[in-house]
Design a protein around this ligand. Structure first.
Ligand code: SAH
Ligand code: SF4
Length: 472
């Protein structure tokens, strides 16, 4: 036990030394100019939050940022493995870097994130993309200084992934370079233990582990004092937050602790898993001062047989009961969801149960995905007889059903006055953009000085829940 703090200190010293050496080596490569990094993020908000930590570390090493690949001294892609097309996009974009690297051999190319936690992907990069210098997984993002240093000092390619113990670790204290200045991401937990049969996340993000409420509250207060007005708590399944802490805390308890903090900010969270969403959580939302009445609650499929095969842990009836309770407590709540179309063995009749659930609930937005087989998951070994073209037709049918339901419902907001947090100003169009409590985008004319404040907007147009309005 006594060795642990010493080990930690040694690692920290190594890290600091690498930060300084990378700064020197990069400054030489950039011929004395400030070295530029281009960071591109694929996938979910968790990846966005990870990229902010990667950028924070790059800043420590003296980098500034560019969007222009041809100007960059370092290109870093933070990748997503959740579906095939996300992976294809990454391979395509890495392929496109070949010519840029040919023009500029000193360019460092790095790829990281969920895809790189998979052995077969790292191997493909090793074999087919020899100009990629650095490959590392989600569990070692805090080692970026050491990894970059190894690439620069040896000129060799570096590959690193987390071992079993890294899948259980939480790293605190990394610098964060935030992309936005009104809405801030705050990770409350890492990993996932649910092993939904289609999903690669538990395989690449490791075991579920929660940050301490103290660390979360400290970061929350830091965000507020930097002027953030909307804080989004992140986790793959926030509803199981805190179960494994030494002193267990429920997510509702964490929310109450954060809600007690004074200020004119808002709180949102994602993602909620229906199997762990409790009435206590919904009561907490209803009674809170800061938590927005909007909930992302993925149901994935409407048929109980499919839900079971997906290992989701709830039934259609339980899902509907939860939604009914949420609406009873918060009549103004907006609901969004994720759906998978064409899970292996799903029949057209079973798919119809997804369509009917969509009609029954009336979601503000759907995030719909065609099932995509993922290496190492249970569903990838299941029989999948329905042809891709047929699944695409089902997909279109689902979108049409949503459009119909949504068109009726979204009219109901016309003429209402909404409290909008102004997030951006588009000076060219003379418009401000913000979000309602219900997480709907709203554009209206106004002065850029209003960014960061709350305004009242009368809704004059509502198309697919995208609102236009006038300042009141
Ligand atoms: N933790 C979140 C979701 C993370 S992945 C949750 O449980 O709700 C985001 C979404 O991608 C999932 O909700 C699911 O709809 C979709 N998804 C995940 N794996 C998929 C796969 N193999 N094929 C198609 N969609 C998938
Ligand atoms: Fe994937 Fe299920 Fe975990 Fe969400 S809860 S990340 S869908 S395994």
């Amino acid at each position: 036990m006594a060795e642990k703090p010493q080990q930690k200190q040694a690692q920290e010293e190594e890290r600091q030394a690498c930060i300084e050496q990378v700064a020197q080596l990069m400054s030489v490569r950039a011929r004395g100019a400030v070295p530029l990094a281009m960071v591109r993020t694929y996938g979910c908000q968790q990846n966005v939050a990870d990229s902010e930590k990667l950028k924070g570390q790059l800043e420590q090493m003296g980098f500034s940022f560019t969007q222009d690949e041809t100007q960059a001294d370092l290109i870093l892609f933070n990748t997503c493995a959740v579906r095939e097309n996300a992976e294809y996009r990454v391979y395509g974009n890495v392929g496109n870097l070949k010519n840029i690297k040919r023009e500029k051999p000193s360019l460092i190319i790095a790829v990281c994130g969920c895809m790189m936690e998979q052995e077969h992907v790292a191997e493909k990069i090793r074999q087919s993309y020899p100009y990629v210098n650095l490959v590392f997984g989600t569990h070692v993002i805090h080692r970026l200084p050491q990894l970059l240093h190894r690439v620069l000092a040896t000129g060799k390619r570096v590959f690193e992934r987390g071992d079993e113990s890294a899948h259980r670790e939480i790293i605190e204290g990394l610098p964060v370079s935030r992309d936005r200045d009104i809405r801030g991401w705050l990770t409350v937990m890492y990993g996932c233990d649910n092993f939904c049969s289609y999903c690669v996340v538990p395989h690449v993000r490791g075991r579920e582990r929660s940050r301490s409420p103290q660390a979360i509250e400290a970061e929350f207060r830091e965000l507020l004092s930097s002027g953030y007005k909307e804080i989004v708590l992140l986790g793959q399944n926030v509803n199981s937050y805190g179960k494994n802490l030494d002193e267990p805390v429920s997510f509702a308890q964490l929310l109450r602790r954060l809600d007690a903090i004074e200020g004119d900010h808002r709180i949102r969270f994602m993602t909620s898993h229906p199997k762990d969403a409790t009435r206590e959580l919904l009561d907490t939302m209803a009674e809170s001062r800061h938590i927005c009445h909007s909930l992302h609650l993925p149901f994935q499929a409407g048929s109980n047989r499919v839900l079971k095969a997906m290992n989701r842990g709830y039934t259609r009836e339980q899902y509907l009961a939860l939604v009914a309770y949420a609406r009873e407590k918060m009549p103004d709540i907006t609901l969004t969801t994720d759906i998978i179309v064409g899970f292996p063995g799903e029949t057209y009749e079973e798919f119809q149960e997804t369509v009917s659930l969509v009609r029954e609930v009336g979601f503000t937005a759907l995030f719909t995905f065609l099932y995509s087989p993922r290496v190492g998951t249970r569903a990838a070994a299941m029989e999948d007889p329905v042809p891709a073209e047929e699944k695409s037709r089902w997909f279109q049918e689902l979108l049409a059903a949503q459009e119909e339901t949504s068109a009726q419902r979204s009219q109901s907001i016309l003429g209402s006055v909404q409290r909008v947090l102004v997030e951006e100003s588009n000076e060219k169009r003379g418009l401000l953009a913000g979000k309602t409590e219900g997480n709907l985008n709203c554009d209206f004319a106004g002065d850029p000085s209003l960014v960061g404040s709350y305004v009242r907007v009368k809704v004059t147009e509502s198309r697919n829940w995208v609102l236009k309005g006038d300042l009141v």
